[in-house]
Write a protein that binds this ligand. Structure first.
Ligand code: FHN
Length: 460
């Protein structure tokens, strides 16, 4: 009885959904549809390039950069709504050069780029035909998505967009600023759905193929799992190889970014935010993190050191994740020179040691604050992020080490004794940021079960 009721509910739900937003979004086409929605995540094959890429550039940009306050969140807080919404009338980033931005990403070793096509503030970085609130109606006029998409093609960086589901500006979306805590006078969610669907189709048709659609702003009540799953299905119809994160639906566990009930909630990967995700090799995941403190540009915003950036990258990749590192370009269209310099330094490090990052998988040793490991075929890279003593003592590997070298240069000694694997590197060869020990095994590293490492603080 319950199952047939569920099926009927689902079918009715799908009918209401398709009637209300006039869309071809169907969750289940008929009463005998399965209780579960359709395909909710990409195959490992679809994710292959993404898993190998490891590192991308996140960009949060819009007229709010004129104020140096946070995009979306400062609307109706530090910046009165009326003032915030009028910023576009004087937004004229004449020093914007898409090739410059994309070359900064490429030279940093970033393989994909994700730009805010529309953030929670509703402003669109392309001349959308579904709203007047867009870049074409600024003094700048130029189509930022067009120029970035073309530059990404020229420099072999995959073009992707971040799109906010919530829209605190659009009159049809029920919630508004500050921070989604106010209500619009005459909302119309079905009409907003149509607007959202039309704009996403516009982006794919005009600037595609899009590598990733990075959704956000899904946490508010007007958006439901049914909406998210139907949107996922709709977009995959438009572009089957499009990768879509887990914030399209309602499964995300807050900033931890993991997905509750991936059998019910759509999304191709998890999205920990401003934190290094847990070691997780089954479901793909990506940490998004700011290079400074704020997502959008802020004058003198404290910036992460090279050591912090490299440690974050290594610990994320060691956990089998990707890192999406964010820059907030300035109101004149440039990425801040000090951020460009930091990214250049990261790129120099990856030029030397990228073999221990790109195309690897996390483990076999689980990441700790002091150490991470990555592997590819029969090679394990042990990343020693700081030395707690003369020798590193790890649980032994179930395969024989047939060769050991220091990728970062110098001498290394490795012993396998009973249940331990010991690594000794003379002090003069220990690197300030990351000492990488390359171990060649007598068989594939990929089938070694992940190994937890007890660290001194674990005993406290
Ligand atoms: O509210 C947004 C925030 O502005 C930023 O875009 C981050 C980046 O993922 N996501 C949301 C906060 O979780």
């Amino acid at each position: 009885m319950l199952r047939s009721f569920n099926r009927m509910r689902l079918a009715v739900g799908a009918m209401i959904l398709s009637l209300t937003c006039g869309a071809t979004w169907v969750l289940a086409e008929s009463a005998d549809a399965p209780d579960r929605p359709g395909k909710l995540s990409a195959s490992e094959q679809d994710m292959q390039w993404w898993r190998e890429a490891k590192f991308g550039m996140f960009i949060h940009w819009g007229p709010v950069s004129l104020k140096g306050t946070e995009i979306g969140w400062s609307r109706g807080q530090e910046v009165p709504e009326e003032e915030y919404d009028a910023l576009y009338k004087r937004f004229n980033p004449t020093r914007f050069d898409a090739d410059d931005w994309v070359k900064v990403a490429r030279d940093a070793g970033m393989k994909y780029l994700v730009i805010t096509s529309k953030h929670h503030d509703g402003f669109c970085l392309w001349p959308s035909k579904y709203t007047d609130y867009h870049i074409g109606n600024t003094p700048f006029k130029r189509d930022v998505l067009r120029e970035l998409a073309d530059a990404c093609k020229r420099h072999d960086v995959r073009f992707s967009t971040y799109h906010s589901i919530c829209d605190w500006y659009h009159p049809d979306y029920p919630l508004g600023s500050p921070g989604g805590r106010s209500e619009k006078p005459n909302p119309n969610m079905p009409r907003y759905h149509e607007y959202l669907k039309n704009q996403l189709r516009e982006i794919i048709e005009n600037y595609g193929p899009i590598a990733i659609m990075w959704f956000d702003g899904e946490w508010e009540d007007p958006w439901t799992r049914e909406h998210g799953n139907a949107l996922y299905a709709y977009l995959k119809e438009l572009q089957p190889d499009l990768i879509i994160n887990n914030r399209v639906s309602k499964g995300r566990r807050s900033m931890a970014g993991t997905t509750t009930r991936p059998d019910l909630n759509a999304g191709d990967y998890d999205t920990p935010e401003q934190q290094i995700g847990n070691f997780q090799r089954g479901r793909p995941w990506e940490t998004c993190m700011t290079i400074c403190k704020q997502w959008a540009w802020k004058p003198d915003d404290p910036m992460k050191s090279l050591k912090e950036c490299i440690h974050t990258l290594v610990q994320v990749v060691g956990g089998d994740g990707n890192l999406l590192l964010n820059v907030g370009p300035m109101p004149d269209g440039r990425i801040e020179p000090r951020q460009v310099e930091r990214l250049r330094e990261i790129g120099q490090w990856l030029d030397k040691y990228g073999q221990s990052i790109y195309g690897t998988r996390g483990g076999p040793y689980k990441t700790t604050a002091h150490l991470a490991s990555t592997h590819r075929d029969n090679v394990v890279y042990v990343h020693v992020l700081d030395w707690q003593g003369e020798t590193i003592v790890l649980p032994n590997l179930p395969k024989k080490v047939v060769e050991s070298t220091l990728l970062t240069g110098g001498a290394v000694s490795v012993w396998q004794r009973n249940d331990t694997l010991e690594i000794a590197v003379p002090p003069q060869y220990r690197q300030e940021i990351n000492t990488i020990v390359k171990l060649v095994l007598d068989g594939p590293a990929g089938d070694i079960e992940p190994i937890a490492i007890e660290t001194p603080q674990d005993d406290e």
